[in-house]
Design a protein around this ligand. Structure first.
Ligand code: AKB
Length: 331
């Protein structure tokens, strides 16, 4: 029987991972940890605890109180906010991960899973079909914290035998959790335009992209991201030759290609461009597509959504969520 702790559970991935885990393992066996005093209602019924991952004791108390056997560690600042708040980002992304691993090994936790990112690569990395093992010299702090997290996981596995696993996520697109915007009106991540564009398409019929029209980045629809985390967690450990750095590819597209996909459903949708140099520079240092052969071979990774099936599903669900009357041909 698994007793699972999810850190950073009120964020974009946690909001959808938690309900999936609760359906699979039982609500009372999935303990949600976040910053807020009360959990958002989207997480459904089940135990909730407040944890700041930079505080070792708070993690250890939760592990002991609930008899935790497995951890999904999601608490992290994203690429844009990490550049704005480097000290906090290092504290949460690196020290937080170190705390989770240390508490886990000292308290007999069986497994820790956490995401890395395409940000773990840098401008010198080959950008197309990027292999798992290649040059990693990220230029920005978020990526540096992710590479450090990947290596730390290997170290805990090698030195203490802790079962640490992780994937390098591309940009994740989802409709359930509304993105918070930062003070400058920009989202916390670099790939988040690909979420905001759907809201704008339904609400305003137009969107202004902060990335250039031809900036290709690897992306993934949330149901595939949830599948990746759960499948990797459940995979037979004896088949894993890699640990915390699995590339997982689903699709790659540019802002212009995403706009075209939306126009199949909303023909009048207009796209404008106002490039934000700090966002563009981060995007230009990341891969355009990934070679994910190790994930396919070692634990059977296979995505279900491409750009058009994702767009159809996003628009349908968002439209319902926003309760907007938008004419979608063929519906
Ligand atoms: C970001 O844009 O910062 C994240 C990521 C690719 O890790 N979505």
């Amino acid at each position: 029987m698994r007793k699972i702790l999810v850190t950073g559970a009120t964020g974009q991935i946690g909001s959808e991972l938690v309900p999936a885990l609760r359906t699979k393992y039982g609500a009372e066996n999935v303990i949600v940890a976040g910053h807020r005093r009360t959990p958002p209602s989207t997480l459904g019924y089940g135990p909730y605890t407040t944890i700041d991952v930079t505080k070792y004791d708070q993690i250890e108390n939760a592990i002991r109180d609930y008899g935790i056997t497995h951890i999904f560690h999601l608490a992290s600042l994203l690429s844009g906010e990490a550049e704005e708040h480097p000290e906090v980002a290092w504290d949460v992304n690196f020290n937080g991960t170190h705390n989770v691993l240390e508490v886990a090994r000292k308290n007999g936790v069986k497994q820790v899973v956490y995401p890395s990112s395409i940000a773990a690569f840098g401008p010198e990395t080959p950008r197309d079909n990027t292999p798992l093992l290649t040059i990693q010299r990220p230029k920005y702090l978020y990526g540096i914290s992710k590479v450090a997290g990947e290596l730390l996981g290997y170290w805990y596995h090698g030195k203490y035998g802790l079962d640490v696993r992780g994937v390098r996520f591309p940009g994740i697109i989802s409709w359930k959790e509304e993105l918070k915007l930062l003070l400058d009106g920009l989202p916390p991540g670099t790939t988040d335009y690909a979420v905001l564009i759907y809201y704008a398409a339904l609400k305003e019929g137009e969107y202004t992209s902060y990335l250039k029209p031809n900036t290709a980045l690897p992306m993934m629809y949330m149901p595939d991201a949830i599948k990746a985390l759960i499948d990797l967690s459940e995979a037979d450990g004896s088949r894993l030759r890699h640990r915390t750095d699995f590339n997982v590819n689903a699709m790659s597209f540019t802002p212009e290609e995403l706009a075209s996909s939306i126009r199949r459903r909303i023909p009048a949708f207009k796209m404008h461009y106002q490039v934000v140099p700090k966002k563009q520079a981060i995007a230009d240092s990341w891969p355009r597509s990934l070679d994910d052969s190790e994930a396919r071979e070692e634990w059977g990774w296979e995505p279900s959504y491409d750009i058009d099936s994702m767009t159809d599903d996003m628009l349908e669900n968002l439209k319902r969520k926003l309760q907007l009357e938008v004419m979608i041909p063929g519906r």
